[in-house]
Design a protein around this ligand. Structure first.
Ligand code: PAJ
Length: 281
């Protein structure tokens, strides 16, 4: 991959990278279109597909995570992707009986990664930053495109890129949704028909918070609004709120008063499936 990237660079082509874990949907493909716009017709768009074991906790869904490389390949080809980069785990993380020779270097963002997703998934972002750093070094992109669906992830990767001086411009593209508002996600596949109906609660909670902010005469207390929205979500029998947070979009700093421009993020278990969403109020 690196050798190919260097050739492209010598030819004066811009390289755009869209990192994914596959099982692609319209959300992923919208990132591909953004990448193409950024690098131009002469540029090269690379989609990486790698279900990164390092970002899954021991109790999480790594082994069940949906995979369909044949379908992903068709979608990428139709979208004009130049290369699909599918590294085998043996190339990404050297392992083996000899511990002394196994992979032992990680990239850790130590501030933003502790909050929200980081509370429930303490080793998740270490896995994300490590793998994305490795993907940057393999693909040598000028531009990398990420989805606002994973708002905290995008913020952490921005910080990593700045802190480690990666010569990469990060672009964050808007969240694609189903007609009823549910954010597209590979994990939606896990939902039963009944759970699928209840999963729209995340979007409805966001809309409800927006409505509240629009109509409130004074800023609302975050604690109060959290409690109210939790209740609203958990009326649905399959739904259990993991967190609802209100924060500054630029710094991820929590706010005590919710007003126009505040960012809201939430994680909700619907049955056994953990879904996340976020939006600007
Ligand atoms: P994955 O969940 O496959 O998502 C790949 C990219 O697609 C991420 O940038 C994500 O934010 C974006 N995305 C997912 N759903 C979206 C939607 N509905 N609308 C717009 N964009 C969406 O996120 C990961 O993989 C991994 O953590 C990765 C960054 C690849 C590192 O392993």
């Amino acid at each position: 991959m690196q050798r190919m990237a260097r050739i492209w660079q010598r030819e004066g082509r811009k390289i755009g990278l869209v990192p994914t874990m596959g099982y692609l949907h319209e959300g992923h493909m919208s990132l591909v279109h953004v990448a193409r716009k950024k690098v131009g017709a002469e540029g090269r768009v690379v989609v990486s597909i790698y279900v990164n074991p390092l970002q899954f906790g021991p109790q999480e869904d790594f082994s069940h995570y949906p995979r369909d490389l044949a379908r992903d390949t068709r979608l990428c080809r139709a979208a004009g992707v130049d290369v699909i980069f599918v590294p085998p785990t043996a190339d990404m993380y050297v392992s083996g009986a000899e511990e002394a020779k196994a992979h032992s270097t990680y990239v850790i963002e130590e501030t933003l990664a502790r909050r929200m997703e980081g509370v429930t998934r303490p080793t998740h972002f270490r896995g994300v930053t490590t793998v994305v750093a490795k993907l940057f070094l393999a693909v040598l992109p000028e531009v990398a495109v990420f989805g606002a669906k994973d708002f905290q992830q995008a913020a952490i990767l921005q910080r990593m890129t700045r802190d480690l001086n990666f010569p990469v411009r990060l672009v964050v593209a808007p969240t694609k949704r189903e007609p009823d508002g549910l954010a597209l996600s590979s994990r939606n596949k896990y939902l039963s028909a009944e759970e699928r109906v209840q999963a729209v609660a995340l979007w409805q909670a966001l809309q409800r918070a927006r409505q509240t902010v629009r109509t409130a005469k004074a800023p609302r207390l975050a604690q109060e609004l959290k409690a109210e929205l939790s209740q609203f979500i958990q009326i649905r029998p399959a739904a259990r709120v993991d967190y609802i947070e209100f924060f500054e979009p630029d710094t991820l700093a929590p706010v005590t008063e919710v007003k126009s421009g505040t960012q809201m993020a939430l994680a909700v278990y619907v049955g056994k499936t953990r879904l996340i969403d976020n939006g600007r109020l």
